[in-house]
Ligand binder design. Structure first.
Ligand code: ZN
Length: 161
């Protein structure tokens, strides 16, 4: 079955906070470039959001056959971080991973070992972009203020003459 119809888009800046449909983390209000898709899925209307990290790994979090969302922590353990978890697998034979999301980190626990991996809700590049824009604006304002000050000085000098 899958989708009857589905409309995908990227929200430039979210007005409300949303929950990522994959990892369950909160995507804060004001987040840039957030992937959103809405439509009719197996008779139910769905409106879903994905954090940047999950969007980048979407193909590995969804069953390509029927678009069903897979178990998030299974995907991390058995696919996405399989290589990173291999040393633990080899050490213990098998591991049971308990995972939880902690802000920009996913935390894995097994056999009293804790492993944190940084998977930002918002891509670093987006944050940098925002910071870059903010810096450019700041510079522009400083330049304007400087111009204004120079103009006032010139006016004052003109009055003196
Ligand atoms: Zn997510």
């Amino acid at each position: 079955m899958g989708w009857t119809f589905c409309k995908e888009k990227h929200i430039k800046k979210t007005r409300k906070s949303h929950k990522c449909v994959f990892c369950g983390r909160t995507i804060p209000a004001g987040s840039p470039n957030i992937y959103n898709w809405a439509g009719l899925y197996e008779g139910d209307f769905q409106n879903s959001y994905a954090c940047n990290w999950c969007e980048d790994h979407e193909s590995r979090l969804v069953d390509t056959w029927d678009n069903e969302i897979l178990d998030f922590w299974d995907c991390l353990k058995e696919d996405i971080f399989r290589k990173e978890l291999e040393p633990y697998m080899n050490k213990y034979g098998s591991i049971t991973v308990y995972g939880k999301a902690d802000g920009d980190y996913f935390v894995f626990c097994s056999h009293e070992e804790v492993w944190r991996v940084r998977c930002p809700v918002i891509r670093e590049s987006e944050v940098e972009h925002d910071a870059y824009v903010a810096k450019a604006l700041e510079e522009e304002m400083r330049r304007k203020a400087e111009e204004e000050a120079n103009r006032k000085i010139e006016e004052a000098i003109a009055l003196e003459e």
